[in-house]
Design a protein around this ligand. Structure first.
Ligand SMILES: O=C[C@H](O)[C@H](O)[C@H](O)COP(=O)(O)O
Length: 215
């Protein structure tokens, strides 16, 4: 699968224009995009990063990392996903970076999502849905998630997000209305964000392959 990820990451370079500040996601697919971005680093103005992990990789390639508060809206955000449905709604957060990813996606005019073919599903929910919670609200939110979804929240023990919070992964979901579920989970006190990207979904999806498929 890593070959498909590489092909998707490299294809996304076609969306980068001279002088851009590029929004950069997190994960193993994005790592290939960052490595390809290094080849054109002198043509871009810098990057806004969604995680400490991506920041380290960008800086390692000599790419300047800027603060979103200093850049204003971005033209382009490139990120991976854990699942993608036919409407380009996504589950993200397998790497615990969902909150910063969602912020940068929202701040960007165009969201290009890069995936391998295994990430494509008809209905979201086979991949456990990550929810970032303020630590003291973990069991409260877990109970509310059971009541709302009927799924099984599991605490991702040992993981603390870049924002100092915890993750609940909700198993056994079948998400038929992603927009409504995203809104309902966002309303729970203690929820920082949910890894359902439906309100701000992908604009373009690149599925890695030979040749890559652009949806
Ligand atoms: O928090 C992590 C992100 O949402 C990733 O973009 C997602 O988990 C996909 O990661 P990968 O490209 O490693 O499969």
């Amino acid at each position: 699968m890593s070959e498909a990820k590489r092909l998707a990451g490299e294809k996304a370079i076609e969306y980068v224009e001279d002088g851009m500040v590029v929004g950069v996601g997190t994960g193993s697919t994005v790592a290939f995009f960052i490595d390809a971005l290094a080849g054109i680093r002198h043509r871009i103005a810098g990057a806004v990063s969604s995680s400490e992990q991506s920041t380290a990789r960008l800086r390692g390639h000599g790419i300047e990392v800027l603060e979103l508060n200093d850049t204003g809206p971005l033209s382009l955000y490139v990120d991976g996903a854990d699942e993608c449905d036919p409407g380009k709604c996504l589950i993200k957060g397998g790497g615990a970076a969902l909150t910063r990813e969602k912020i940068i996606a929202q701040a960007s005019e165009r969201f290009v999502c890069i995936i391998d073919p295994a990430k494509r599903v008809d209905v979201l929910g086979r991949f456990p849905l990550p929810v970032e919670v303020v630590p003291m609200a973990r069991s409260l939110v877990a109970r509310e998630l059971v009541a709302l979804t009927g799924g099984q929240p599991v605490w991702r023990q040992g993981t603390t997000t870049d924002n100092g919070n915890w993750i609940l992964d909700v198993h056994n979901l079948r998400i038929t209305d992603p927009v409504a579920l995203e809104a309902a989970i966002n309303q729970m006190p203690g929820v920082v964000s949910v890894g359902l990207f439906a309100r701000r979904r992908a604009d373009i999806v690149i599925v890695g392959g030979e040749p890559p498929l652009v949806l």
